[in-house]
Design a protein around this ligand. Structure first.
Ligand code: ADP
Length: 362
């Protein structure tokens, strides 16, 4: 890696198996970026705990799976620094320092905090509202105190842990430790990056030193991939196709995909907008436009469209499975992560020392 390339930092949480939404939405960009920039990509295991401390038994296994998935996609530890966040303790150390300059009000204003918290709270206590009211102690008090006020209930729930409120602080540390010039994000994530920039400015201002550099967004174009049911593909909706989906289950899943409900017979005129099969043709079929025209004109049926899609997808997914199996047998994941952590630490420790000095500690 050359040292004069701009630095890019990005992470992914090991909260489950990677799916095609993750690939088209984020990971495909990583493959491009590793060729152009000095990239630090990390498995964000501390971030996984911010909303999933009760599911922590899967983090280690998910981390291993994620590294193999990323490498099978083409991420090359020789071209980028690939590491596990918790191996580089400076991420935690800088988080602590950043916490000293970050007003709680900034975090409470973060729109995704309240939204996500309510989702998490609803999911955890789904169907248990009555039970909560009948329960003893804090849970009962909560249900009674806040009644129908979902936001207040969520804010006072046991899901609202400090780590979750403070995840933008950890995110800022992740980025600032490496002097990232660019952080690849979608437009919706801009407020989070703005927070990182605000924190860096405040740190420099408070401690009177130009130690932390403000990163810029790198807007990456990525399609929003629908899941089998037409909603956004997401592991929380159970509508995903995994990167290495087995041939049989790939076929079954494509057959189950949501299609235009108005197209019942083969010669009914179809509406590709909103049809999941058509959305996937766009991703996997270079001739997708011809397919859409045939669909609109009622010249093809959904069965044929799915059959072709299964063949096209199996070619890519099958190739991935083969590479993945080869890597699983030959790659020492812990060694890859240890090498990556050593390279990351070499950079992070210098920045941490400068930040500590600025804060009057050393
Ligand atoms: P999930 O919704 O399955 O929990 P994550 O929130 O872990 O997925 O997503 C990780 C990254 O993958 C996000 O930054 C997002 O940009 C991308 N991503 C996830 N699902 C999709 C999707 N359906 N379409 C496009 N990008 C997606």
């Amino acid at each position: 890696m050359e040292n004069n390339k701009p630095v890019v930092v990005s992470g992914a949480r090991p909260t489950g198996r990677l799916h095609l939404g993750n690939y088209w939405g984020t990971l495909r960009n990583w493959l491009d970026l590793q060729n152009k920039y000095d990239c630090y990509f990390f498995v964000a295991d501390w971030h996984a705990l911010t909303t999933g401390a009760d599911k922590s038994e899967n983090i280690a296994e998910n981390t291993r799976e994620m590294v193999l998935d990323l490498m099978a996609l083409g991420l090359d530890p020789a071209k980028c620094v690939l590491f596990r966040q918790s191996d580089v303790k400076e991420h935690a150390e800088l988080t602590l320092l950043m916490g000293m300059v970050t007003p709680i009000s900034w975090l409470l204003r973060n729109p995704t905090f309240k939204e996500q918290l309510q989702e998490l709270h609803k999911a955890k206590y789904k169907g248990q509202e009555d039970k909560m009211k009948k329960a003893e102690g804090v849970t009962k008090q909560l249900a009674e105190a806040h009644g129908e006020d979902a936001e207040a209930t969520a804010l006072h729930s046991d899901m609202a842990v400090i780590g979750f409120l403070g995840y933008p602080v950890l995110m800022a540390a992740d980025i600032l430790l490496y002097d990232a010039k660019f952080v690849p994000i979608g437009k919706d994530q801009l407020p989070h990056l703005e927070l990182t920039r605000d924190m860096a400015r405040r740190f420099n201002h408070m401690f009177g030193a130009q130690v932390l550099n403000e990163p810029e967004p790198l807007f990456t174009s990525s399609p929003l991939v629908p899941g089998l049911d037409g909603r956004k593909m997401s592991k929380s909706y159970g509508n995903t196709i995994f990167l290495g989906e087995e041939a049989k289950s790939l076929e079954a899943k494509v057959k189950k995909m949501y299609t235009d409900p108005l197209k019942v017979k083969l010669d009914d005129k179809g509406h590709p907008e909103g049809c999941v099969v058509c959305a996937f043709h766009k991703l996997y079929n270079p001739d997708w436009q011809a397919r859409e025209t045939e669909c609109r004109e009622g010249k093809t049926g959904c069965g044929a469209c799915k059959k072709q899609l299964i063949e096209l997808m199996e070619k890519e997914v099958g190739g991935f499975r083969a590479r993945r199996a080869e890597l699983a047998a030959s790659v020492d994941v812990e060694k890859v992560l240890a090498d990556g952590a050593a390279r990351a630490r070499a950079v992070a420790s210098k920045k941490m020392a400068a930040a500590s000095k600025a804060a009057g500690l050393i």
